[in-house]
Design a protein around this ligand. Sequence first.
Ligand code: NI
Length: 147
Amino acid sequence: MSVVKTNEPQERPTVYLTRKEHFSASHRLFNPKFTEEENLATYGKCAYPNGHGHNYEIEVTVAGEPGKDTGMILDLKKLSDLIDEEILSKVDHKHLNMDVDFLKGIIPTAENIAVAFWRVLCPKLTAGRLYSIRVFETPNNFAEYRG
Ligand code: NI
């Protein structure tokens, strides 16, 4: 009778690797279809007319199988450089409603930002598979998109 060793490592285990980054930016949440009162009722302080800032944190998670020889899914330094080039350099110290091409016409909630970041980053990834992007607007509030 054979014994199933459930704690044996899998041949090619899938592992999830995450890089954290941060940026600071301003935004205003409002929908031009709503009245001022409706915008305030919907978005609260984030609807104030002149905008305000957040210290955003993001977590980019890539799934993959560690290479046999390297033990890595991808080089985290390269992932960090890619996030910097494709996202952070475009949003850090910017006004998200006005200054960022890929956010034009989008209400910059954490939800919408997570989706927009995914669409920018996913085609540029050369190793691993993009698994999730988390956007923290505050330490307690974040949105996660998994494609
Ligand atoms: Ni806000």
